[in-house]
Design a binder for this molecule. Structure first.
Ligand code: PGA
Length: 257
């Protein structure tokens, strides 16, 4: 993945309910991706669809990745999928620490272990962070800093260079664009995230990381967020499944230099 390009991640979550529908969504995504000049697209389908979708030809700027992986290498972990299995399937990317996984009990310690495991397997993890609520006192900033510190602690510097972090304010996830965070607040939060990474890993690493915004990205707010939000791409949930929405988001982001 070339870091100069913007990145849009399609997080399908536990959708759609059939392989046929998954192929349809993948196909309209593929068609639009082929038209893009400045943007790479990473599709994260449910793991059961990864293999069949990987057999479909796709343009060079379209990638497939996993929504989750185990922190363990192999063994008695019913229902889990390891980073080596993802690697063996030819995948390069894995989402780590999405708020919906955190809500199922994943804490920063497990997330840290998953990041280590992904890097060691040669995968590129995308770390998700985000506060549940915001308040005027700014306690959400302390919360974010703690999340960052505890997720990346002990990682090797070489792995931190160019690391991808998806900032997703949890209170806006799944909502309409009208309830998304405004670009000015996103901009400020991105600066705060970089500053926090800098405190733990130094300025050079902080300026190398790529920050994406996620939560209620729809075709209506994609352009202002990329223009003024200080981010290098998006993590898109519900809108990534919609034929009338996702291609518009991709075209909007691609049109911004
Ligand atoms: P949303 O989800 O776009 O539906 O808000 C984003 C996410 O949870 O990654």
């Amino acid at each position: 993945m070339k870091s100069k390009k913007k990145l849009v991640i399609a997080n399908w979550k536990m959708n759609p309910v059939s392989l046929e529908e998954a192929k349809n969504i993948f196909n309209f995504t593929k068609k639009t991706a082929a038209l893009l000049k400045n943007t790479e697209v990473l599709v994260l389908p449910p793991s059961i669809y990864l293999q069949p979708l990987s057999k479909i030809s796709r343009p060079k700027n379209l990638f497939l990745g996993a929504q989750n992986s185990s922190a363990e290498e192999k063994g008695a972990f019913t229902g889990e999928v390891s980073v080596s299995m993802l690697k063996d399937l030819g995948l390069k990317f894995v989402l780590v620490g999405h708020s919906e996984r955190r809500a199922m009990g994943e804490d920063n310690k497990i997330i840290n272990k998953k990041l280590q495991a992904s890097f060691e397997a040669g995968l590129t993890p995308i770390l998700c962070i985000g506060e549940n609520v915001r308040d005027k006192e700014g306690t959400h900033l302390e919360f974010l800093k703690e999340q960052i510190k505890n997720s990346i602690t002990g990682l090797q510097k070489k792995h931190m260079v160019g690391m991808i972090i998806a900032y997703e304010p949890v209170w806006a996830i799944g909502k309409s664009y009208k309830e998304a965070m405004n670009p000015t607040d996103i901009h400020e939060t991105v600066l705060f995230i970089k500053k926090s990474v800098g405190e733990f890993f130094g300025k050079d690493i902080a300026s190398s990381i790529r920050i994406l915004y996620g939560a209620a990205v729809e075709s209506q707010n994609a352009k202002p967020v990329i223009e003024y939000g200080n981010v290098e791409g998006f993590l898109v949930g519900h809108a990534s499944l919609k034929k009338e929405e996702f291609p518009e988001i991709l075209k909007a982001i691609d049109s911004v230099k």
